[in-house]
Design a protein around this ligand. Sequence first.
Ligand SMILES: [Zn+2]
Length: 213
Amino acid sequence: MGVGGLGSPASTYLAAAGVGRLVLADPQVPEPSNLNRQVLHWTEDVGARRKVDSAAMKLTALNPGTEVLAKAVTVTRENIADVFDGCDIIMDCLDSIPARMVLNEHALRTGTPVVHAAVEGWHGQVTVMMPGTPCLACIFPRVPARAAVIPIIGATAGTFGCLQAGEAIKLITGIGQPLTSKMLIGDLSSQFWDVVEIGRAKECPACSAHSGR
Ligand SMILES: [Zn+2]
């Protein structure tokens, strides 16, 4: 969900790893300011095609064995079940908390694992949400005022998108320990990295409805 700064590296490494089917959902067209981090979109794609089509072209060229479904739609409460029908994992490669809440509700309703990442400037975070673990509404209890421009160093988005792909490969293969109930946080400017335990928010309006507590 989102084929930008996180979705570009995440989908590239998943296609390269041989994932059989990728569903790309993003309504946008690449803009010049995207090119520092949205590495699946090139100068020739700016204003010329949707991000999902730009990404599908390159991912299919990289691995013709990966089926890539390009869905140039804004994902909403009404269409999310349709858009991600049959998906085993959803990658949160978004930059909007309201959109994340739509994804969160769907994941809680269907029990679909979500690999979440978020980046800004030099820093970012990754976690994996599964049934019973903290949900995205536990992590983002409020919707902060949205800045007009969110500065992102491209390498930050690239780093965290790769970490997301790694988490998805762990879930698919059953190898390693996924980052559930833990959050990896990192800042490339100081190279401060840590894994912190995270718990479910008391009376979280989203996941308490699905857990009976
Ligand atoms: Zn919650």
